[in-house]
Structure formats: C-alpha cells, structure tokens
Design a protein around this ligand. Sequence first.
Ligand code: GDP
Ligand code: IMO
Ligand code: MG
Length: 435
Amino acid sequence: MPSNVIVGLQWGDEGKGKITDFLSKNFDYVIRYQGGNNSGHSIHINKNRFILHLIPSGVIYSNVECIIGPGVVIDPKCLIEEIKNLESMGVNTSKIFIAKRAHLIMPYHKLLDIYKEEYLGKNFIGTTHCGIGPAYEDKISRTGIRILDLIDKKSFYKKLKYNVKFKNKIFQKIYNKPSISIDSIYDEYMNYSKILSDKFVNAVRKIHTAFSNNKKILFEGAQATLLDIDYGTYPYVTTSSSTTGGVCIGTGIPPNFINNSFGIAKSYCTRVGNGPFPTEINNKIISNIIRDSGNEYGSTTKRPRRCGWLDLVSLKYSCMINGINYLIITKLDVLNNLDSINVCIQYKFNKKTIDYFPCNIESYNNIECVWKKFPCWKQNITNIRDYDSLPNNCKNYINYIENYLKLKIILISVGSERNQNIIKNKSLFYKIFCS
Ligand code: GDP
Ligand code: IMO
Ligand code: MG
C-alpha cells in the first residue's frame, strides 16, 4: 500500500499542519518522524484554533491513528499539556501512540540549549530553547534516555544519575551555572510515565503491521529542508533529518515503502531565528504587510518571522533533495493586496550567475538575487475554490512556479481554515488520495 510524505521545502511554517489535517481524512495513520516540540503546526477549524507541537496533525479525526515515531525527541511535560489541551477542546486522544525508541528531552537539555545560545553570543542560532539540540546530541553520543527507559525504574535512575553528574560538570565548569538535583527529575519523570505509559508502543512493529494490512499512511514532516542538519544552512539549522530521507531513519521503514513525496512551500518565504536568507525583504513596509496579513509570528515561540520573497533557486534544491513528486503552495491569499511580487530565479555570486544552492553559508554574504517581477491581482481570493476562477495574474504566478520547477502543483491553500483550498488537479488528487 502506498505511503505519502509531506515535507516543508523552506525554513519551516509552510502550513504543514493545515495541509496534513486537510488530507488526513483519507488516511488511517499519520506519523511524525523527527524533530520535537520545536514545531508548531496550526490547524483552524471554524472557531477552533489548534497548535500541535508533538502530536501528528491527523489527531482531529478520531479514526486516524497518530504515531510519534522513534526519530522524534519527546518532552513528556509538553506532550501531556498538548493531550490535555486537545481533550479540553473535545478531541479524542485515545489513538495517539508514542514510540518506545524515541528519546526523551530532559530538563538539563532545555538548560543546555539556553546556556549554549548565551555562550555563542552574536553567533547564536536562535533556537526555540526546547532542548532539541542537546537531546539529539545525547542520542548520538549514546547517553540518551529513551521512552522505554521510563518503564524500567532502576535503569532510568542509573541513566539519569550518569547524565545529571555529567551535565552538572558542564553547568559548573563551562557555563558557571548552578547544578541540578537528580531526585526531583526522577519523581517528575516517573509521574509522566504513569500518565503516558498506556500509549507506549513498539512503533516499528505497529507501522510495519499497518503496511502489511494495506493501511493508508501519511508521514508528516516537521521543520523543513533548509533547516535539515545535513542539507540546510548549517550551522543555522535544527538537529534532525527533516527531509524525506528522515522518514526511513525516523520510523524504521525502507525507502521503497515511500510512494509520493509532497513538497509544501509558501507563495513567499519566511524564516525564524538566525542564518542566511537571500530573499529577505529589507523594505519594512512590504515585510510588515506580509507579516501582518500572513500572521507571521512563531506558533511555538511567538517570535516575528523574517519575511522574504519566494526563492526558486532554493526551492529547486529542496525538491531535488526530497525527490518531490507534487507541490503544494500555501498562503497565496497573503499576496492579495501587494502592488507586485518578486521571485528569485538565480543567484549572483562572484560576478557569475548561478542557479544552485551553495553549500558554504559564508557565500550567502555575497549573494545577490536575480529577480523576476510579477504584477499582483489585487483581489480577495480566499473564497475561490476552483482553479479556473483565480485571477489571471495569480494563475501566471502559479504557472511560472510549475514551469521553473518542472513539477505539478496539486493543491493551493488560500486561507488558514481547513476548507480554504483549491485542488488544482482534481483527477490526479482523487486518484492519489481517495482511491
Ligand atoms: P507549519 O509549522 O508548517 O504547520 O506552519 P505553521 O502552522 O507554523 O504556520 C503557518 C501559519 O499560516 C498558521 O498560522 C496557519 O494557520 C496559517 N496558514 C496556513 N495556510 C494558510 C493559507 O493558505 N493562508 C493563510 N492566510 N494562512 C495560512
Ligand atoms: P515547524 O515544524 C520554523 C528553527 C529555530 C532555529 C533553528 C534551530 O513549525 O515548521 P531548534 O530549537 O530546532 O534547535 O532551533 O530551527 N526552527 C523552526 N523554524 N518552524 C519550525 O518548525 C522550526 N523548528 C525549529 O527557529 O532557527
Ligand atoms: Mg510551525
């Protein structure tokens, strides 16, 4: 049975939550494969506003099984709050499952995240301070504590003791900060274990059984390609594999189990935190218009997002890295009232024009964008549901993106509400999702 992946093509916040929720009615399983509660995936259904950090965006449908996969790092405190919040809004949370192999975010990870950022001074990354980086560091250094360790109290205590002793040395000797005590953390995490343990599963078995039973499976990416630890704008990235390659690593499925990869991009571009952003708009008036009409404030940290024009050079790179089959474009309505739109079609670097994404971020200090200008449509498109009814200027913009990337756009989002979508290629859409 085919499985599908939704992956962000820019620097995050492309609308993965909205689109995953919209598509979820056609799936039996929605699975997160990497990242942690650094994600903020928003879903708007009538007056209900959901922001999901760890729970897959299929959860609003009570029949969809939602798995937080082995590649995710889990802050149990955050997860419990999220579950309670969903329950208070009437959402059934009985089909949320947590991979036993997933690593835990511990209180010392959050402190290390904050102290390291302070230590970096002006070179700070601009992390979400959720402890994501330090938790993945421990995973790679083979000292991490996993969900399954919560079940065995003795083993949990032993691992915690080693880690607290080690981290206290770092706190005191490197950061000149107070040490932390093991007992309060132990009690806190044993309590989390009691609350969550019904949801612990062998996710690899569960996912492979679902494949054997021909279930429909959607993998939901978090962060995005340009924040990927290997292929993003390193070091200004997150610490997981947020590309489609991360699906196999983060869930234990082989590459040939993935059929379609859907790349999702905004009709412009945003970035939160530090790091290169070639198409960033320096004109405050225009960037403020986009920020306000697109509500470009972090779902997790509430930070204002940096705003820029669509960057087709980086988008082409992201499509290549992820093996994208179809594109989804979101937030087209945000451009409704601008006079004109710019799109970056090449970079100028060392007096040469290039159409690839350089690997050395120092190059970005010397990159200039080659722009193509489009007239805007000056019309509210949020109520349009049929592609042919879009204004011509809007269709020209969409066509240009398709031609440049040599990929078909299958879905266009024109508002934050669940139903504010235009299915561009209906027969293809129904064939992929509804057959
Ligand atoms: P994610 O992290 O990729 O899930 O994206 P976020 O939820 O962090 O950010 C996307 C924001 O844009 C959220 O506030 C969504 O409600 C909103 N949004 C999603 N699609 C659209 C759209 O087509 N138009 C508008 N105006 N807002 C959208
Ligand atoms: P979603 O899933 C946007 C950014 C942070 C920072 C960098 C490293 O909502 O698209 P981290 O806390 O991960 O160590 O921070 O990555 N970042 C995101 N930016 N959307 C996200 O997730 C992000 N998750 C992390 O702002 O620049
Ligand atoms: Mg987000």
